[in-house]
Design a protein around this ligand. Structure first.
Ligand code: NAI
Ligand code: MG
Length: 498
């Protein structure tokens, strides 16, 4: 174990954290799994074991749900004053900030992403999310409702109440940030939570659990059960005493979550895949559109649900844009996230590397051409070359399916009217972008794109205040912003005859 700790700058808390098997957080205590089983998490830059983690399964989920139910029913969390709940969330954000470097390093080791990115994106955005939702804790309000029917006089109002015990299943692409997106709104409104991090990247969620205990969250409010999807995840999704399940991950597993939730008809929110169109009109400022589009696909090694993987470029500027994006790809320093020069790390796992390489092989064998990249990087670790494909056809798998890697298909268009139906021709509808200097065209295009987010002359701009989620098969519900409060509250109508 811990064979990958050679990096000279390794934070001493990280070395300490990785040196011991990590337990799970149930009812405020750090415990082994009921079965005693553990699993290993790997450093994607080397393929070596990084840490050993308690492997949760049905029995552990059972205990965590019981604890969360007790914490909810006892009222110690939902009935705590909103101000106090908000201050606890704010304190958690402060602790996260005080430990920023440690969290960034853990994230890089577990996920592979460049440390420079984890420091400026993943951890600060997670901190912001807790602070933003801390503010909402005191602002979840109902309405007073004028009543016309019944003849008598009535006083009626609505209450927004926490939905109850919430199961949250998150992926590995932004492990800490996805935990923050899920936990912060649920906790702010008074829900109690069981978080199941992805088996590839459980470490920052577990460390966050330690900070939550340090901040003073009551026992049972914040539980973290690491484990595999088919076991721990499935048990959580199916549990009859869980009131709501929130999931981010593949569309395929999203469907399984929905089926599992049918037993007790628990509330469901889903943030799933994407195949986002990124449209560059001929009047765009290419000095921003080219680097912006490159970052729109290559950020996080392309492992973003909103990655701009279908790049539609007007034919008059097609060669210039393709050359520009290809140059960005060529100039990437692909290497271990801990190297200072690295701006693209490895993919998260061998499985993900095989998936992405499978798509590259399929596209190229069907006649697509890789202008740059197109294969795995030789040597250890799960590295793939950033790739720009041209000469694709609409029915190719690389055009229809989510690749979730640094692979973009550049597609020329001639008629601005025709690009929109083509852009919308996807089972997904998570995000889209448009680049143009014409402000009217920008907003008209934004209105016509069937996507939960449209970026104009930018890409991958995220903010705790900006709702995020999908149309079509990209999901149900919106995370972040005040929309996220909807996911975790029920509306109660109270009507009194006066
Ligand atoms: P996945 O959907 O299998 O995993 C995401 C989470 O769901 C993990 O915590 C996993 O343990 C859990 N899970 C898996 N099976 C489950 C089940 N039957 N019941 C309950 N929970 C379950 O995603 P995976 O296999 O890691 O990646 C496959 C593809 O999914 C990627 O190539 C990508 O296309 C897509 N994906 C999309 C993400 C997004 O942000 N929308 C994030 C991760 C993956
Ligand atoms: Mg899976």
């Amino acid at each position: 174990m811990a064979t990958t700790l050679a990096a000279p700058t390794l934070h001493r808390n990280v070395a300490e954290f990785l040196s011991k098997p990590r337990k799970m957080l149930v009812n405020g205590k750090w415990v082994d799994s009921v079965s005693g089983k553990t699993f290993e998490t790997y450093n994607p830059a080397t393929g070596e074991v990084l840490a050993t983690v308690a492997e949760g399964d049905r029995a552990d989920i059972e205990q965590a749900v019981k604890a969360a139910r007790r914490a909810f029913e006892s009222g110690k969390w939902p009935e705590m004053s909103p101000s106090k709940r908000g201050r606890l969330l704010w304190k958690l954000a402060d602790l996260l900030e005080a430990n920023l470097e440690e969290f960034a390093q853990l994230e890089t080791l577990d996920n592979g992403k460049p440390l420079t990115i984890a420091r400026v994106a993943d951890v600060p955005l997670a901190i912001d999310m807790f602070r933003y939702m801390a503010g909402w804790a005191t602002k979840v309000e109902g309405n007073t409702i004028p009543i016309s029917s019944g003849g008598a006089k009535y006083f009626a109002y609505t209450l927004r109440e926490p939905v109850g015990v919430v199961g949250q299943i998150i992926p590995w692409n932004f492990p800490l940030l996805m935990a923050a997106w899920k936990l912060a709104p649920a906790l702010a409104v008074g829900c109690t939570v069981i978080l199941k991090p992805a088996e590839q990247t459980p470490l920052t969620a577990l460390r966050l659990g330690e900070l939550a205990m340090e901040a003073g969250f009551p026992d049972g409010v914040f539980n973290v059960v690491p484990g595999f999807g088919e076991t721990a995840g499935a048990a959580l999704a199916a549990h009859p005493d869980v009131d709501k399940i929130a999931f981010t991950g593949s569309t395929e597993v999203g469907r399984l979550i929905l089926q599992a939730a049918a037993g007790n008809l628990k509330k469901v929110s889903l943030e799933l895949g994407g195949k986002s169109p990124n449209i560059i009109f001929p009047d765009a400022d290419l000095s921003v559109a080219i680097p912006g589009s490159a970052s729109g696909i290559f950020f996080n090694q392309g492992q973003c649900c909103c990655a701009g993987s279908r790049l539609f470029v007007h034919k008059s500027i097609f060669d210039e844009v393709v050359d520009g994006v290809a140059k960005v790809a060529k100039d990437f320093h692909v290497g271990p996230g801990f190297d200072a020069a690295t701006n693209m790390g490895p993919l998260v796992s061998q499985e993900q590397l095989d998936r992405v390489c499978g798509y590259l092989d399929s596209g190229i064998s069907e006649g697509a051409k890789a202008v740059v990249g197109g294969k795995k990087k030789s040597g250890a670790g799960y590295f793939v070359e950033p790739t720009v494909l041209v000469d694709t056809k609409p029915d190719m798998k690389v055009i229809k399916e989510e690749i979730f890697g640094p692979v973009v298909a550049a597609i020329p268009f001639s008629d601005p009217e025709e690009v929109l139906p083509t852009a919308n021709n996807s089972i997904y509808g998570l995000a889209a972008a448009v680049w143009t200097r014409d402000i009217g065209k920008a907003h008209r295009t934004a209105a016509k794109l069937r996507a939960g987010t449209v970026w104009i002359n930018c890409y991958n701009v995220f903010d705790a205040a900006l709702p995020f989620g999908g149309y079509k098969q990209s999901g149900w519900g919106r995370e972040m912003g005040h929309d996220a409060l909807e996911l975790y509250t029920e509306t109660k109508a109270v009507c009194a005859q006066l």
